[in-house]
Design a binder for this molecule. Structure first.
Ligand code: ASP
Ligand code: MG
Length: 416
């Protein structure tokens, strides 16, 4: 059997849904299809959560917006409002009833109880549409079998329960096609949970692992994995083949190809991952798999923008040492700010972090209680795998370099 994963961009409107229908129709044999919320719906649901949590009436405006977005797609797919399947209307009624209830004081919990509607709606719509067009399929509520702990918004998979329940639910006894949601799961008490933003890739990998899939295919709007983000660097090239290790390095450095947690469940069972284009389903794409030979790769660029360089020195001119470093890193983990690069000299500790949503000022104020602090914002960090001196010189030409760190295969440069 195979697993296909379709992200938000591949189901952003009625035509896209029809397109993935054709891709699914063309696949022979047993298949599980994992789908994300449509288009930018998860962002809209995040906004809905914020309004709901603050008890703001604005929540109804957002609810209406989400409802009409889905209904318009349904009208195009099913022909008229009257023909929209009852299951879809029930989901809206359920969501509406939820919004009428007052929220608890646990934001992350409330987030997961609402965010799941994006995936529940998209998969219900697509499943009904496929059934109508002769592609018979069973819809599975993944929350009945993908079990997690209760770390809401970053839930950890309970592999024992998930193994058992996923094998039971996707048994291919009376269908050869299942449709289910990415990104969400539930606790043993059946509260909804989510696996972290963009987590649908990870869901695909979990299902592939449990069912020993022949492969997982992630369908995207790019031809495969490229050696740079085409929006940031022109003249990007396709990488036809990558090792699991390379894919982990790339996604960890911030490449937005696949969710970083996706590789491990596949690598553990030696299941290949294909990254393919839903716009050009006939093309090969990139395969990520077990490679026991040396791959000669071209330089791969992973660019992160909106970085902040923070330099800390103890006020009394004492050495910073590893103890200080450990404390500072722990502090950043605690406040959910990701440290992308880190460098220690005798009296300076340099950190490069993603600019937090609410700005950096409060964090700096806090650090200034213990350290002398300097910082620069609006920087870029580029990770170049398989760099050469010429490649670095070409990239940094005419720009101000703040930090350059090179190891055997990887260069990390912070620059303006
Ligand atoms: N819909 C979720 C998100 O946008 C999950 C995903 O797309 O993988 O984060
Ligand atoms: Mg998405």
């Amino acid at each position: 059997m195979k697993v296909f994963k379709f992200g938000g961009a591949s189901v952003k409107d009625a035509d896209s849904v029809k397109n993935i229908g054709e891709i699914i129709r063309a696949c022979d044999g047993n298949l599980v299809v994992v789908v994300s919320a449509m288009g930018e719906m998860t962002n809209l649901f995040e906004e809905l959560v914020r309004h709901y949590f603050r008890n703001e009436e604005g929540k109804w405006q957002i609810f209406k917006q989400a409802k009409s977005f889905h209904l318009n797609i349904c009208i195009e797919l099913f022909g008229s409002e009257e023909r929209v399947p009852g299951k879809i209307n029930s989901l809206f009624r359920e969501l509406e009833a939820h919004l009428q209830e007052p929220p608890s004081r646990h934001y992350d919990y409330e987030y997961d109880q609402l965010i799941c509607y994006g995936e529940l709606l998209s998969t219900t719509i697509i499943s009904c549409y496929l059934n109508e067009t002769g592609i018979a399929n069973n819809w599975v509520d993944i929350r009945t079998c993908l079990k997690t702990d209760d770390t809401y918004r970053e839930a950890k998979v309970n592999w024992d329960d998930t193994n058992l329940l996923v094998s039971e639910s996707f048994n291919f006894v009376d269908t050869n096609l299942y449709l289910t949601q990415g990104f969400i799961g539930s606790t043993i008490e059946n509260s909804s949970t989510s696996l972290g933003r963009e987590g649908s890739d990870f869901t695909g990998a979990i299902i592939a692992n449990v069912l020993d899939a022949e492969y997982l295919a992630i369908w995207k709007d790019v031809p495969g994995v490229l050696n740079a983000d085409p929006k940031l660097l022109p003249a990007t090239q396709m990488l036809n083949e990558l090792s699991y290790r390379e894919a982990i390095e790339m996604s960890h450095s911030g490449a937005k190809i696949i969710h970083p947690k996706t590789i491990k469940p596949l690598q553990n069972k030696n299941i290949p991952l294909y990254v393919r284009s839903f716009l050009d389903p006939g093309s090969e794409g990139t395969v990520i798999h077990n490679v026991d030979y040396i791959l000669e790769l071209m330089p791969v660029y992973i660019i992160k923008q909106n970085q902040v360089l923070i330099t800390l020195s103890p006020v009394d001119f004492s050495f910073v040492g590893i103890g200080h470093a450990a404390k500072v890193l722990k502090h950043f983990t605690g406040i959910h700010v990701r440290v992308n690069l880190f460098q220690l000299s005798a009296i300076d500790l340099n950190l490069v972090v993603d600019m937090p949503e609410n700005g950096i000022e409060n964090i700096i104020k806090e650090l200034a209680k213990t350290y002398e602090v300097k910082y620069n914002s609006g920087l870029e960090m580029v990770t170049i795998r398989y760099y050469t001196d010429e490649v670095i010189a070409g990239y940094t030409k005419g720009r101000r370099v703040y930090i350059e760190q090179t190891t055997r295969r990887t260069a990390r440069i912070v620059l303006k």
